[in-house]
Design a protein around this ligand. Sequence first.
Ligand code: NAD
Length: 334
Amino acid sequence: MKVAVFSTKVYDRQFLSAANSPTQHELVFFEPRLNRDTAILAAGFPAVCVFVHDQVDAQTLELIASRGTRLVVLRCAGFNNVDLQAAADLGITVVRVPAYSPYGVAEHAVGLILSLNRKIHRAYNRVREGNFSLDGLLGFNLYERTVGIVGTGKIGLILGQIMKGFGCELLAYDVYRNPELEALGGKYVELPELFANSDIISLHCPLTPETHHLINAEAIEQIKSGVMLINTSRGALIDTLAVIEGLKSGKIGYLGVDVYEQESELFFEDLSGEIIQDDIFQRLTTFPNVLITGHQAFFTSEALRNIAETTFANIADVEQGRSCPNEIRAQASA
Ligand code: NAD
């Protein structure tokens, strides 16, 4: 199949080309993101392959459908950037890679927890400058601390398993209970109880209308003072302005994020030397107890290989008229 691959970086070309050698699809790599302005590039391609920042809204879908596209292949799990109803109305099939890196993402969340707690990001710079003072580097034992996990699917469960290994207590909130988390000793509670009793809160639910700004001023009122908040899921789970107020008052003791609500203006690009226009993001970077990574939690070689292989398996299913287990339809949640 002829596939227009949008938002491609060097590593995408490398892993997609390697996985395509047996299937020999005709891949054309485009660096720009798919959106209303770039939709013309997909003319004549029955399939487009996109990632987290492509804007696959109703207008973009109409534009690509009018030029022959019938398949949207997501190289990611989240699909909040796709208008599934519009796709269904236009007869466009949408497929995704549901679980390419649950270990990678959970391990990255643990990396943020350990770095923030023991101030490794600050210690790294100090030691390089010959400053061996320990002032300001005091941490705490994770042993017997309580970790609140919001969203206990694949990634949330693995985080629970790892944190259990540190000797942590686990509290959990999800719309469905995961028996594997309960078997670990995790206790499901309502959100206010999780907020009030967790030393570390880690978000692993998808972004939906229900979870949008889940961490807002009201939630911050309920949390334990000095909490560590970790978000490797989607930026808009957090109301960043409210979190900045929480950091200023000390209610939030640590913030570790791999995602940011307005990240599409920043992440995955080298903007060093440019003036960052996002004042809210810039304010976040001024706090010593905030650690931000640029949506890299998924970024392991295993994940890129898995994404590429699943992408071509999805295309093969659709091309050969088989039902695809990774097809997503309008009624599901992103
Ligand atoms: P999953 O589908 O296995 O688990 C998500 C869990 O969230 C499910 O158990 C679901 O029931 C629960 N959930 C749904 N609505 C909820 C609500 N309103 N409140 C609480 N829980 C709710 O997904 P996963 O593979 O564990 O991924 C979780 C999220 O991680 C994805 O949605 C995606 O946004 C994010 N992600 C980030 C990266 C990254 O690189 N930073 C990579 C992959 C995934």
